[in-house]
Write a protein that binds this ligand. Structure first.
Ligand SMILES: Cc1cc2nc3c(=O)[nH]c(=O)nc-3n(C[C@H](O)[C@H](O)[C@H](O)COP(=O)(O)OP(=O)(O)OC[C@H]3O[C@@H](n4cnc5c(N)ncnc54)[C@H](O)[C@@H]3O)c2cc1C
Length: 374
């Protein structure tokens, strides 16, 4: 029987495993945690301690008799012998699917001590404690999607708190059209967030953050500092580089072929945040919707190969990109730009993996009914 090893029980890995439900194969899911984390719920947990953040793997794959769970950290790859190496065992595979995700990227390692990123339930607890114990002001470093969503959530949780969002570029949300960046800026200002663009974090000490920009240097007094200054691919990318000759980009993501395999290794797929996949000539964002689609694609490719066919290249169906600010926000689906409550609604629907062709007519009807803009 074919041995399929899936590394990572996040969005991408689980979507592969579930889509292989009826396949006659031995599937092994390797994951260092006990449970799957719902990352989009981490904001609410970090600011308000709300929401169920995890679901045990045993429950998630119960009833799927072709899957066995292995709890542990994959530390290396023996690509020649086709074995995934854990601390206490080696798992042989015919096909390996790597969906090991990403992690916060710090400019200086020592900042991790003062400024947690938000990636896990442990981070959410740490941020919650920090805001509770030290929180008359908070600085959020990084004006991408994670930074603006975090700043909005922190501002909404306590309207008396000073929240400063620091972004080194000349505007927030550089990955979105300028008009949407401006709309998000207005929404954040209405929530009371101070936005400082063109300023770079250059130091922190647990009592304050030092920023530098064209207007010179400033020290912002704040004991609560939250890091949203970017992410990089999971450490396992280094094993793929040294053992399978994979190319990593400057964010530690693995460049994959159009069928999501590592070049010259058709037996190794890489998906999700760890994969560098081009869509319309630009690398795709790290999104749950992207990881889930890639996971379903890989499962279909494996099934086709087992039937003796070659897989077609991965084709992404755009489910949109969003930045959610309270019950508002901004978003883009294809050519359609969304602002306010319609962006919030579209993001919720996209999380449920709705197809965009269903999504847009529903949104237009909603916008017409509520008077919010699309
Ligand atoms: C706060 C936050 C909010 C977000 N909100 C949204 C949203 O609203 N909509 C959206 O589309 N996307 C959102 N995202 C992005 C989305 O969560 C990711 O793009 C998605 O989870 C990527 O899936 P993945 O399978 O690549 O990685 P992950 O889901 O991160 O899973 C990787 C898994 O691999 C495991 N792992 C890693 N290395 C090893 C190893 N060596 N050995 C064993 N196990 C290992 C990890 O423990 C983890 O469980 C959000 C992300 C964050 C951090």
């Amino acid at each position: 029987m074919k041995r399929i090893v899936v590394l990572g029980g996040g969005v991408g890995g689980l979507s592969v495993v579930r889509a292989l439900r009826f396949v006659h194969a031995e599937i092994t899911l390797v994951e260092r945690r006990d449970s799957h984390v719902f990352q989009s719920r981490l904001y609410a947990a970090a600011v308000a301690g709300r929401g169920r953040l995890e679901s045990g793997f045993a429950r998630l794959v119960s009833g799927q008799s072709n899957v066995q769970l292995v709890r542990g950290e994959a530390v290396y790859l023996d690509a020649r012998q086709r074995r995934l190496i854990l601390a206490d065992r080696a798992l042989p595979y015919d096909t390996l699917v790597v969906s090991a995700g990403s992690q916060p990227r710090y400019e200086r390692d020592e900042w991790q001590r003062f400024a947690p990123g938000l990636k896990s339930p442990e981070d959410a607890r740490r941020i919650r404690e920090m805001l509770r114990d030290r929180g008359s002001s908070a600085v959020v470093a990084g004006g991408g999607v994670n930074g603006v969503e975090l700043a909005a959530a922190v501002a909404l949780s306590d309207r008396s708190r000073r929240v400063v969002l620091v972004e080194s570029g000349d505007r927030i949300l550089p990955g979105f059209p300028a008009a949407l960046g401006a709309a998000a800026k207005d929404q954040l200002l209405r929530l009371g967030v101070e936005i400082q663009c063109g300023r770079h974090v250059v130091g922190m000490d647990g009592e304050s953050v030092r920023v530098s920009g064209e207007q010179g240097r400033e020290r912002i007094l704040s004991r609560a500092v939250l890091w949203a200054g970017g992410v990089r691919g999971a450490n396992f990318g280094a094993a793929l580089r040294s053992e399978a000759g994979a190319q990593l980009d400057d964010q530690g993501r693995v460049s994959v072929a159009p069928d999501l395999t590592v070049p010259r290794h058709p037996e190794i797929f890489v998906i999700g945040d760890l994969a560098r996949v081009l869509h319309e000539d630009a690398p795709m964002d790290g999104l749950a919707t992207v990881a889930a689609q890639q996971g379903r694609y890989v499962a279909a490719a494996i099934r086709e190969r087992m039937s003796g066919y070659d897989a077609r290249p991965f084709q992404y169906v755009d489910q949109g990109r969003f930045a959610i600010l309270g019950r508002g926000g901004i978003g883009v689906i294809g050519e359609t730009q969304l602002r306010g409550p319609s962006a919030w609604l579209a993001a919720k629907l996209a999380q449920k993996w709705s197809a965009p062709e269903d999504l847009l007519p529903r949104l237009r009807a909603y916008s017409a009914a509520t008077g919010s803009s699309t």
